[in-house]
Design a protein around this ligand. Structure first.
Ligand code: AMP
Length: 281
């Protein structure tokens, strides 16, 4: 596995086809590694898997966790190699951004609500860095997790609207045995916060069950999700929203296209997100 830290070396890397990209911020867990497995399957015997590890400063607000975000670099490299990754691009900040970088990509619809409302700088940081990674790595396929459902939808829109010749593949959310969606940020949780954090996935799976059984309004559904999450005394809800799974606009009724319930919940200083997407077909 090649570990590449600068752009000239990346550009000089011979290309095998198809090239499949897995962008990450590192601090890898099984959720990331299953993205790599999926990438490996899409790459096939002749293609290659390129992961990126870059904690992108432009998607963090000044008060957020950029400085304390975990960076276990050697362990990450060993994990990527163990899952058959061919190359890792892990640039430093200076390799990615000129000190006077002044171009940003702003998606104006899909990313406006939910995460975009709570973290106004987030999606422009994500879109800009992902566009840069697409230009640098030039993949045929890129893999993103449904754990960050809105991010996946924003990236699909980025690819469509800016004509990147890249197929976006979604990977299902990987969970801990008790249901908590895996996240690099779970490591911040105290033992008591970790114990209570199960209320998020429990609330969402109960909501899925209600949707499968039908005959329930979105407002009632969201109230139940809020109540279930609030049963963890340490949980502080940022948002619980019911939106159209494609447009991410708020809806009052579960339409023909189904419903996405997306949540963001604080436990102490840790902000966790999760979602359930229910489709009729
Ligand atoms: P991050 O390192 O948090 O930026 O995530 C990198 C990629 O891994 C994104 O496409 C995420 O959606 C995906 N990812 C993170 N956690 C999970 C998970 N638990 N299951 C599936 N994909 C995930």
């Amino acid at each position: 596995m090649r570990v590449i830290r600068d752009i000239p070396t990346l550009r000089a890397l011979p290309v095998a086809s198809p090239r499949v990209l897995v962008p990450t911020m590192g601090a890898l867990h099984e959720g990331h590694l299953q993205l790599v497995d999926l990438a490996r399957r899409h790459a096939g015997p002749d293609g290659e898997v390129v992961a990126t590890v870059f904690v992108n400063p432009t998607q963090f607000a000044p008060h957020e966790d950029f400085d304390r975000y975990p960076r276990p670099f050697e362990a990450d490299m060993a994990l990527l190699e163990s899952r058959g990754c061919d190359a890792v691009f892990a640039p430093g900040r200076e390799a990615m951004y000129a000190p006077d970088a002044s171009v940003k990509i702003i998606e104006t619809a899909i990313g406006a609500g939910l995460e975009g409302a709570s973290r106004p700088q987030f999606f422009s940081g994500v879109c800009t860095v992902v566009a840069k990674l697409f230009n640098l790595v030039r993949p045929d396929i890129a893999i993103f997790g449904e754990k960050d459902y809105q991010q996946l939808a924003v990236i699909r829109r980025l690819v469509r609207d800016l004509d990147f010749p890249i197929e976006i593949v979604a990977a299902p959310t990987v969970r801990e045995p008790d249901g908590l969606a895996m996240s690099s940020r779970n490591a911040y949780l105290s033992p008591e916060e970790r114990r209570q954090s199960v209320v998020i996935s429990a609330a969402l799976s109960e909501a899925r069950l209600s949707m499968e059984q039908g005959c329930i309004g979105v407002a009632t559904l969201l109230d139940r999700v809020r109540e279930r999450i609030a049963s963890g005394p340490l949980a502080r809800i940022d948002y619980v929203a019911g939106v159209h799974p494609d447009t991410l606009e708020p809806v009052d009724t579960v339409g023909l296209d189904g419903l996405l319930i997306a949540v963001a919940v604080w436990f102490g200083k840790t902000r966790l997100i999760d979602n359930v997407c229910w489709r009729r077909r």
